[in-house]
Design a protein around this ligand. Structure first.
Ligand code: ADP
Length: 494
């Protein structure tokens, strides 16, 4: 066909092969004409052209000089360069719009465009073989990925959020540019994992960061809020959230996450907590004297025969006790900042503690049949008052959320490592969607039955904090309308 086909291949076979090839064009090196010598069917189809309209015509008779393209990839320049240098020139991305099948308007298309010189006997470029591959799909996918990355970065910038990644094998730490600012450094300051950790408040490092890290390796998600010191010695709060990535052997290999400065919202929370602490403290004093007066009245009225006066004094005393318990709850709540809830551990028998709490509950209310069969002595090392508070919370809830006269049953079972205490009631029960949330602060199920039952949604939150600080667990099993069982477990060794 062009005098350079191998002798063994007939010219017409060679032509057929060429015409069946994907997007190819054979161009004569007769600049400035660049006559089209052969064209493949696929090429004609994409351009909606006929072979007669193309073969024998100059390339730029069919296509205008592509002055829109940047100078380096304009077709005339490329062809001329192939002829001059005798080297193959690739254009990785070339825009040329075409008609989609059935459409009467052109849509943007991207091509990878390769130009191979074909030499004659004198080693001069005789032809250029141009092949076009449609890469519109890849270009669009890349554009979409860049667009979403751009949006993510904009969102991160707007919220002041930084991204980080940690390779577990070598502690290699990577992060986005907001990271420096979050730790109080000028933009662009290089930061290592050790630098970041050195800035975390020492109490939080030990009590929160290390624990969260070890926990993440077990359950795959990483979350904490801690205090950090900036280089100018000011104290800030940060929140980080992340997930662990595993290899195919299910071994953790990498952690990825976000980090954000929450100083402002945390300061509001701290102010609110301080307010609750102050208000509760101020309320305690008048309440204590009210209680003392009521006790005095009870003694003075011991001889009275007026039944109303007698019960009124006892009921007032009970209400004062309820209010005192609530106020203590608020005080504890305000003490729940990291490291603030201190445990005073002693070794004691949990059975006798349960008995003690139940006796108090029975004194306060005899509306339910409370059952507990204590077994042999089970000594644990824990904060007795706080565990007592948890049991009392669970028992009071069991009473509060069930009908008068129903049973409340307590059990204490001892395993090799844990002791599990359970409180079962025959009350209103809890919907599955609420079961996950009732341990959150201020959460209350919004059931009609519950409308008239007073509460603030802090009892279970406090209980779960206390149990977690003891390295124990607290959970619930419940069927709506049938009742609930709350469990907590504590390590026997303390
Ligand atoms: P409070 O009782 O003051 O609302 P808690 O933190 O003790 O706060 O309980 C949170 C929520 O959990 C309650 O509002 C109630 O919806 C639900 N709940 C707790 N204990 C029980 C129970 N024994 N039966 C049914 N619902 C319960």
């Amino acid at each position: 066909m062009i005098g350079i086909t191998p002798d063994s291949i007939p010219d017409n076979l060679f032509r057929v092969l060429f015409e069946k090839s994907p997007g190819s064009l054979l161009i004569k090196a007769d600049a400035p004409q660049f006559t089209i010598a052969a064209v493949s069917d696929a090429y004609l189809k994409t351009g909606r052209l006929s072979r007669e309209a193309v073969v024998g015509k100059g390339f730029f008779e069919i296509y205008q000089d592509d002055i829109d393209q940047n100078d380096d990839i304009a077709a005339r320049k490329i062809f001329s360069r192939v002829i001059r240098t005798g080297e193959k020139i690739d254009v990785p991305v070339y825009r040329y719009d075409i008609f989609e099948p059935g459409a009467d308007y052109k849509t943007p298309h991207y091509w990878s465009f390769s130009n191979i010189p074909i030499m004659d006997d004198q080693q001069q470029v005789a032809y250029i073989l141009s092949t076009f591959t449609d890469i519109t799909g890849e270009v669009k996918a890349k554009e979409a990925a860049q667009e979403s990355e751009h949006r993510l970065l904009l969102a991160a910038e707007a919220t002041g959020m930084a991204f980080w990644g940690l390779t577990l094998a070598d502690n290699a730490f990577s992060y986005s540019q907001q990271m420096a600012g979050i730790f109080g450094h000028p933009p662009g300051t290089p930061i290592t994992l050790a630098d970041v950790r050195a800035q975390v408040h020492p109490d939080d490092m030990e009590n929160i960061v290390i624990k969260a890290f070890n926990q993440a390796l077990i359950d795959g998600s990483y979350f904490y809020e801690v205090r950090v010191y900036w280089p100018d010695k000011s104290l800030h709060w940060i929140r980080t959230k992340g997930t662990v990535q595993y290899n195919k052997n299910k071994e953790p290999v990498r952690m990825l996450g976000t980090i954000v400065d929450i100083t402002e919202s945390k300061s509001d929370e701290i102010r609110k907590n301080d307010f609750i602490a102050m208000a509760s403290h101020e309320l305690k004093t008048p309440l204590t004297s009210l209680k003392a007066y009521l006790q005095l009245m009870e003694t003075k009225l011991s001889g009275t025969t007026d039944p109303f006066v007698k019960t009124a004094v006892v009921k007032s005393g009970n209400q004062v006790n309820k209010m005192t318990a609530l106020i203590h709850g608020f005080l504890d709540l305000s003490r729940l900042e990291p490291g603030k809830l201190k445990l005073i551990r002693t070794t004691f028998d949990i059975n006798s503690l349960i008995e003690e709490v139940l006796n108090e509950s029975r004194i306060l209310s005899n509306s339910h049949s409370i059952r507990f069969e204590s077994s042999y002595e089970v000594n644990i090392n824990a904060d007795r008052a706080k565990i007592g508070q948890v049991i009392s919370n669970l028992v009071n809830n069991a009473i509060k959320y069930s009908k008068k006269g129903s049973y409340v049953i307590l059990q204490c079972e001892v395993g090799d490592e844990n002791v599990v205490v359970s409180v079962t009631d025959e009350g209103i029960g809890i919907k599955p969607k609420d079961q996950e949330k009732i341990f959150q602060r201020f959460y209350r199920a919004e059931e009609d039955e519950q409308r008239n039952i007073s509460g603030f949604g802090i009892g279970l939150y406090l209980s779960s904090e206390i149990i977690q600080r003891h390295k124990g667990k607290i959970w619930v099993k419940s069927v709506e309308g049938e009742g609930s069982t709350f469990y907590f477990s504590l390590p026997v060794g303390g």
